[in-house]
Design a protein around this ligand. Sequence first.
Ligand SMILES: CC(C)(COP(=O)(O)OP(=O)(O)OC[C@H]1O[C@@H](n2cnc3c(N)ncnc32)[C@H](O)[C@@H]1OP(=O)(O)O)[C@@H](O)C(=O)NCCC(=O)NCCS
Length: 172
Amino acid sequence: MLIRRENSADAAAIRAVHTAAFAKTAQPGQVPVEVGLVDALRAGDAWLPELSLVAERDGEVVGHVVCTRGHVAETPVLALGPIGVPPELQGQGIGAALMHAVLGAADALGEPMVVLLGHLDYYPMFGFEPAEKYGITPPVPDWASHFQVRTLVTYRPSIRGEFRYAKPFMEL
Ligand SMILES: CC(C)(COP(=O)(O)OP(=O)(O)OC[C@H]1O[C@@H](n2cnc3c(N)ncnc32)[C@H](O)[C@@H]1OP(=O)(O)O)[C@@H](O)C(=O)NCCC(=O)NCCS
C-alpha cells in the first residue's frame, strides 16, 4: 500500500471511497454528506493540497483523509476529516496508515495542532486528547465530549479559545 497526496485524477475515486465509508450514516438512497463536504472544501480557500492524502493499493484508491484550515481564536490550526475507508477494507490498517501519514505531514509543515470531532475509542490511539484539556472549545457546545486535539511540535499553550471550522463544515 502507498500513502500519497491526492492528484487531479483522484476526485472520483475519493467520492467513491466516502460514499462507501459513510453509507451507513446517510439517509437511505442519499449520498453521504461527507462526499459533498470534500468537494466543497476542495473548491474553497481552506483546502491544503499537501494534506489531502489517499491510500492506494494495486492501483486503486482504498482510503482518503484530509486536513483543512481552521482557527482557534485567531490562530491557524488544522481540522482533520473526513477520513474514510470502504467497509469491506476496514480493519486492515489503512485508516491507521492515513492517520499517521497526515499527522506526520502536518507536523513537518510546522502546524501546531490538529482538531477533530470523533470517536473516543479510535483517535486517542493517534495521540488525540480531549480539547477541553487544552482550553479549546467546539463551535457547538454539545460536541464537547467528542472534540479532540492532537498537539504537534510547534504547539504553544497560548493557543486557546473557540475553534472555527472552514465554512463548508458549518453548512452541513
Ligand atoms: C474510521 C476508519 C477510517 C478507520 O479505518 P480502518 O482502515 O478500518 O482502520 P484501521 O484498520 O487502521 O484500524 C486501526 C484500529 O482502529 C480500530 N478501529 C477501526 N475503526 C474503529 C472505530 N470506528 N471505532 C473504534 N475503533 C476502530 C481497529 O479495530 C484497529 O484497532 P487494532 O489496530 O487494535 O486492531 C474506518 O473505519 C471508516 O471509514 N469508518 C467509516 C467512516 C468514519 O466513521 N470516519 C470517521 C469519521 S470522519
